[in-house]
Structure formats: C-alpha cells, structure tokens
Design a protein around this ligand. Structure first.
Ligand code: SF4
Ligand code: SF4
Ligand code: SF4
Ligand code: FES
Length: 376
C-alpha cells in the first residue's frame, strides 16, 4: 500500500485511509476542539465546533466527520475557522441558561474571575459543571460572551424525579453525545432527539421521565455530557474538580472488575466515574458501580462479626467468630459426613474469592456441594 499524505497547518502528515481529519490531527499532536464528538461512535457532525478550513470549494468542514484525503490542505486555526467557532459558541451561550459567569465576564484573568464568583453569596446556585465544562473552557479560550438575555427561554423544566440523574434542559446544547453513549456505547437506546427547531430536546422514550423509560440508570450519559445538562443528583455542587482526589480502583460489586475513579473530597466519595483507559469496561459502568457507593457510609453497616445468642446477636472478634464456625463445621462433618455441608458464594465477590471458596469446600471439606448465586 502506498503511503497517504496530507498537509495540516503547513506540515505534511501521513494518515491511514479511513481516518478523519480530527484523528489525523490528534495523531500529530494538533489540537482541534470538539463538543459533540464521542470517540468510538459514529460521528454526527452536530455541533460544528471542530470545523477546519480545507483548500478548495468546501472551505469549512467538520473535522470529526470528514475523511482525510490524499493531498488535502487543512488549516485548523485560520481566521475563518476562529470566526466560525466564535459564532457557534456565542449562539450556544446565548440560547441557554449559562450562569457560570462565562456568559458576561469582563476580565481576561480566568482564575481571578472564578475566585470572585466562588466567593459570592450564592455559589450553590452555580451550574454544577462550573469548572468542568467544555463549553465554558472553549468560551474562555476563544473569548466569547453571550448576547445579553437568552435568545429564548427554555420551556422544559428540570427533571429531578428520580434519585440518581438530574436533567437540566436549559443547559443542554443538543450535542447528542448522551444519545450516542446510550445507543452505541451502552446499547440501551433509552434516549433520542425529539421535536424540532427551537423545541428540540433530548427525550426518553416518547418524552417520558427517565424512570418511566427504558433507562437503566447506568449514568453513561452523565459521563459524556460536556456541560451541566446532566449530573449526579447526589454529587450536585458537592465538590469542584480541583477539590477532589481522583483514586483509581476496581468496582467491588461483581467479578467483571470494572475500573473506576473515585472522586474523593475530605475522605468522602463525591461521585464515581468509569476509567476510560481501563479494561474491561473502558469507561462504562453499571448503575451499581456508578451510584452504589452510599453503603460505605451507612450507619447500619456491620463492621464486626456478630454471633447469635438466643434471639439476639453480640459483636465478636474475627478470631472468635472464625473459630466458632470452624468448630461447628468440623462437628457437622464428623457427625454426618462432608456432604452435609453446602456453600453458595456471592455474585458480589471477586472471582478470586469465589475460587478460594470452592477450593475450601472441595479440597478442605471434601464436598462438591458448592454453587454461586448468579446461577439463580
Ligand atoms: S453548562 Fe457550562 S457554560 Fe453553561 S453554565 Fe454550566 S459551566 Fe457555564
Ligand atoms: S443512564 Fe444509561 S440507559 Fe439511561 S439514558 Fe443515560 S446512558 Fe441511557
Ligand atoms: S444532555 Fe448533555 S450530552 Fe446530551 S445533548 Fe444535551 S448537552 Fe449534549
Ligand atoms: S465535534 Fe465535530 S461536529 Fe461536533
């Protein structure tokens, strides 16, 4: 196969047939901003923030959807490109409730401006994505403000009727990443674009609430939303990104071993996200892995073994509890034989624990009465 070359920002670069301009640029450390693009899914070309200038009649094309061609000459930050990106950003900021102060800031000192905002009287009213928003970042990068009052009021109220996910339609930029994630990453097909023009909205099912739709609350849509239109109810404004320690760990719920990131502030988990570079999940999580961390802080959580005495239980040390269990098991085996024992391991255990449990039953107790609750 002959090598394929194109020119980006006056530099000749090689590409593989089938790659988009965005992919070729990325492979050559040339940054092009994106909003709707979701790696690994079909490009939609919805937001057009990734436009680049191509020599020839087409001029501005969305780089995330345009295939690279031999001899193509591309500029990624020309005056035309910047003008187009600024007008897209202005339109997005002006057509929604973007109260993060990027809307009408009056300074070029980002840090000072954000500190001033945080010290205000109502920081809790701030957008939950403040400090972690691609639209905010790009608006600052390209020095874009909104035009006064929103062009139209959002007619859809915030959806807060389930315990896990809040949908704030007033901040949605209709990039469609959530739809791509739901459809192509998690293959749940719970949400889609609905209505047209100024009424356009991301709908669940036939425009019902998430809890009445096919949504399984995996939360993948939250993870990919570039702005504050989707967020974890439990995490709302609990911590800004720079306040949390990011701790990588393995999900404790089942043997799949999904890699996750705990966002921890002052020793408390504020939210959980999937580790994008970690196998086997590559960023995906299920409802348990993403939202099921509250048990750690439950007052009802058992922290010591309990031994039954009549109708009540008393706390015991691990040594005492294990000695008691070993003694009782030995007695049953001596009296009735090993097949009088049976074990069911837990689907929440990791594979290694389940393996050790069957070893204990087969090799130590000498019975094959061992099963796993996932089979039920
Ligand atoms: S979505 Fe982004 S731009 Fe809009 S208010 Fe929130 S942080 Fe600001
Ligand atoms: S939580 Fe999961 S299933 Fe529900 S809409 Fe989001 S991506 Fe789809
Ligand atoms: S909810 Fe978020 S990800 Fe979905 S279309 Fe709106 S802005 Fe994009
Ligand atoms: S990122 Fe390319 S069109 Fe949105």
């Amino acid at each position: 196969m002959t090598d394929s070359f194109m020119v980006i920002n006056n530099r000749e670069v090689r590409f593989e047939p089938g790659q988009t301009i965005l992919e070729v640029a990325g492979a050559n450390n040339i940054e092009i901003p994106t909003l709707c693009h979701l790696k690994g899914t079909t490009p939609t070309g919805a937001c057009r923030i990734c436009v680049v200038e191509v020599e020839g009649p087409d001029k501005l094309v969305p780089s995330c959807a345009e295939p690279a061609r031999v001899g193509m000459v591309v500029q990624t930050e020309s005056a035309e490109v910047i003008k187009a990106r600024r007008s897209i950003l202005r339109l997005m900021l002006s057509s929604g409730n973007h109260n993060c102060d990027i809307k009408d800031y009056d300074t070029k000192d980002w840090t000072q401006d954000q500190l001033r905002l945080l010290s205000g009287e109502t920081p809790q009213e701030l957008c939950p994505a403040w400090g972690d928003c691609k639209l905010q970042d790009l608006a600052f990068k390209y020095q874009v403000k909104a035009v006064g009052q929103p062009l139209s009021e959002c007619k859809y109220p915030m959806e807060t009727g389930n315990p896990l996910i809040v949908r704030d339609f007033s901040r949605c930029i209709l990039c469609g990443r959530c739809v791509q994630a739901c459809r192509e990453v998690q293959v749940n097909n719970a949400i889609d674009f609905g209505y047209r023009g100024a009424d356009a909205k991301i709908i669940a099912g036939t425009d019902v609430s998430l809890k009445d739709s096919d949504c399984v609350f995996c939360g993948e849509c939250i993870q990919v939303c570039p702005v504050g239109a989707l967020f974890e109810k439990k995490a709302k404004n609990g911590a800004r990104p720079w306040e949390t320690q990011k701790i990588r760990t393995t999900c404790p719920y089942c043997g799949v071993g999904c890699q996750q990131i705990l966002h921890v502030k002052d020793g408390t988990i504020m939210k959980v996200t999937g580790a994008e570079d970690g196998k086997p999940n590559l960023g995906r999580l299920c409802v348990k892995g993403r939202f099921g961390y509250d048990f750690i802080y439950s007052k009802e959580r058992l922290k010591t073994p309990l031994i039954r005495e009549g109708e009540t239980f008393r706390s015991a040390s691990w040594d005492e509890a294990l000695n008691l269990v070993a003694h009782r098991f030995s007695k049953i085996i001596d009296t009735h034989g090993p097949d009088a024992l049976a074990g069911v391991s837990c689907a929440r255990s990791i594979n290694e624990d389940s393996y050790q449990m069957q070893k204990l039953f087969r090799a130590v107790f000498k019975t094959n009465n061992i099963d796993h609750c996932a089979r039920t």
